[in-house]
Each structure stands twice: as structure tokens, then as C-alpha cells.
Design a protein. Structure first.
Length: 174
């Protein structure tokens, strides 16, 4: 039986993360993202991820055996509504579709939440494209909920409408 795991990403993982992200974009978001994003040069995209990881992440990599299958990146900042609290934000969490429904997304969410808690956050948020019903179902199952805030991203083509989801970072398992 293959072991599944999540580990912190290193700068050496940047090309892998870029490849994973572009694979997810092409398979799941090609109708939402502009063609320029879907066709991003993997080398420059890899450099961006290397900078992100070097900056201090956290960036996590999901593995099935030794095969990278997904990743997550998060950040934290003081909560503007209560400066004594820290707010965690999941910037991205992707699992390549062919590796879906094997628990990788749940493991990534739990590991990301643990890292954000380590940084002082108790609650989190995540902007999700309105058309991404799979992630909406996943977050609902994890106990998160839309909080009524939406934003429109100008892509130079059709805008992307994102809904903000909020939830606790006290996740044990999904």
C-alpha cells in the first residue's frame, strides 16, 4: 500500500509545484482563467514559486508515495477587525484531478491549518472561484462557510468572481 503524506516544500520543489499548478489550471480552470495564465511559461512560474518558498511560505507538498500530487500555500496577518488576533489565509490548495478523492486535499487542509495555527491564527479564509463547486463542497464538508463577501478579479478577459469562505483552523481530520 502506498503511503500518503504532506511535507514542507523546499526551493528545489518549485519546478514541481509550478508543474502541478499548471496541470490543475489546464484541467480544472481552463474555462475560467485567461489563456495567458493557463499557458504560462513553466520556467518563469517555477521562479515565482521559488521566490515564494524562499520568502517563507508556508508552502506544503502532498505526496502519494514519492509522487507529488498537490500543494498548498498560505499566509497570515493581523486580523483587521481585532488586531490581537491573527487571520490565516489559504492562498491556494490544489490536487491534480487524477489524484483526487484519495484524501490529499483533506491532508493538505489539515496541515496548512496546523501551520497557520503555529503562526498564531485561529480562523482562516479562502477565496474560491464562484464556479468551483468541487472546492465549495470540500469546504462545506470541512465546516467552512461562505461569509457573504465576494470580489471580482479583472483578468483582461472575462472577470473571475470569487467568494470568500471562512472557517476554523482547529481541523483534526477531514
Amino acid at each position: 500500500m502506498t503511503t500518503s503524506s504532506v511535507r514542507p516544500a523546499s526551493v528545489d520543489d518549485a519546478p514541481t509545484i509550478a508543474r502541478l499548478q499548471l496541470a490543475v489550471w489546464r484541467q480544472s480552470f481552463a474555462t475560467v482563467l485567461p489563456a495567458a495564465a493557463v499557458n504560462t511559461d513553466p520556467t518563469s512560474h517555477s521562479a515565482s514559486w521559488a521566490n515564494r518558498i524562499e520568502w517563507g511560505g508556508p508552502v506544503l507538498l502532498a505526496l502519494e508515495g514519492t509522487e507529488p500530487v498537490g500543494f498548498a500555500a498560505a499566509t497570515s496577518e493581523p486580523d483587521r477587525r481585532n488586531l490581537l488576533d491573527t487571520l490565516g489565509e489559504i492562498e491556494v490548495l490544489h490536487v491534480v484531478p487524477r489524484w483526487g478523492r484519495r484524501g490529499h486535499g483533506g491532508r493538505l487542509l489539515v496541515a496548512t491549518a496546523a501551520e497557520l495555527r503555529r503562526r498564531g491564527a485561529r480562523t482562516g479564509r479562502w477565496w474560491v472561484p464562484q464556479v468551483d463547486s468541487a472546492t465549495a463542497r470540500f469546504l462545506t464538508a470541512a465546516g467552512w462557510a461562505e461569509d457573504g463577501v465576494r470580489r471580482e478579479l479583472d483578468t483582461g478577459a472575462a472577470p473571475i468572481i470569487e467568494l470568500r469562505w471562512s472557517g476554523t483552523l482547529d481541523l483534526v481530520a477531514i
